[in-house]
Design a protein around this ligand. Structure first.
Ligand code: Q0Z
Length: 296
């Protein structure tokens, strides 16, 4: 994890997630500013709940630029936390200075397709986050309409737990809960339309909101492959897990006999071979270029 200890003059390291790091800019007196944060995306990649020891070159920059592009696509729907992408040279391209918000304690998830944790809940109960669904759905099926399936914000290393909308109402009050639900679904729908036009299915996405006074503001990253499931539309085939647009080469290699590793072992996955790194970098760049229509 080389970036976790990255020393940025004028910034204090606040926190490191699996693949991103958070810093606070220092004021003239050397104190952390209470109103700003620097979000730095590393080239680290996770798979099967492990952070791999092999970075994917440019991943942090691809995701940062993609997130900034999406914020602009969503500007008419929701204000966002971005202050500037003019950041220190050491992290230029992969960091954003943002407004520090009072974050809402909910992971806001919306789903267009049934897979992952939502599929597990559906198989067990016939519903997801308390929303009843038609019988007979299989992994990768399109849902009758997009649904809001919030979860708790678990500390790192623990898994977010799905919660009913009524729990969000209890936490936030009815008006704020309805606002974040409707925004989350609207963001998924906007992303879905844009991605579908470029041959990419957006299965689901997780967003985070904060408050600026009583205004709800979109925070964190948005509609990146790390916060969303993107599938190649031409390979969509319900009934089994869909190939991931970005991580499929990594998963295929890790689960192949060539890696000598098995998910069940609980052991740290091995380093990735150069061809898998190169193919994976190319998929991140392809996602960026297809979605935005711009050259990376
Ligand atoms: C986001 C995270 C990490 C990047 C806190 N605008 C904001 N105001 C207050 N807090 C946050 C934000 Cl974005 C905030 N995170 C998640 C962790 C790197 C983002 F290590 N945590």
């Amino acid at each position: 994890m080389p970036d976790a200890t990255l020393v940025l003059p004028g910034y204090a390291h606040v926190y490191s997630g699996k693949v991103r790091d958070l810093y606070a800019p220092l004021d003239a007196g050397g104190e952390p500013r209470p109103d700003r944060l620097l979000l730095v995306a590393s080239d680290r990649i996770s798979a099967y709940d492990f952070v791999l020891d092999t970075p994917i070159p440019d991943k942090g920059e691809v995701l940062t630029r993609l997130s900034l592009w999406w914020f602009a696509q969503l500007e008419d729907l929701v204000p966002n936390h971005v202050v500037t992408a003019d950041v220190p040279d050491a992290v230029r391209g992969r960091a954003v200075l943002v407004e520090r918000l009072d974050m809402l304690p909910v992971e806001c998830v919306a789903r267009a397709y049934l897979t992952g944790g939502g599929l597990g809940e559906y198989t067990a109960t016939g519903a997801v986050s308390g929303i009843p669904l038609p019988a007979g759905l299989v992994d990768g099926d399109l849902l009758p309409e997009p649904i809001f399936t919030p979860s708790t914000k678990a500390p790192m290393g623990e898994h977010d737990e799905p919660i009913h909308y009524s729990v969000v109402e209890g936490q936030l009050g009815g008006a704020l809960a309805a606002r974040v639900r409707d925004l989350t679904v609207a963001i998924l729908e906007r992303g879905y339309e844009i991605a579908a036009a470029r041959g990419i299915l957006l299965a689901d996405t997780k967003v985070e909101f904060g408050l600026r006074g009583d205004e709800v503001v979109l925070a964190d990253e948005v509609l990146t492959p790390d916060s969303s499931r993107f599938w190649p539309a031409d390979q969509w085939e319900p009934g089994h897990p869909q190939p991931s647009f970005d991580k499929q080469y990594v998963r295929d290699w890790l689960t192949s006999s060539a890696s000598g590793w098995s998910k069940a072992s609980g052991e740290t996955p091995p380093s990735l071979p150069d061809d898998v790194v190169g193919q994976t970098r190319a998929k991140y760049v392809e996602a960026y270029e297809r979605l935005t229509g711009e050259t990376f």
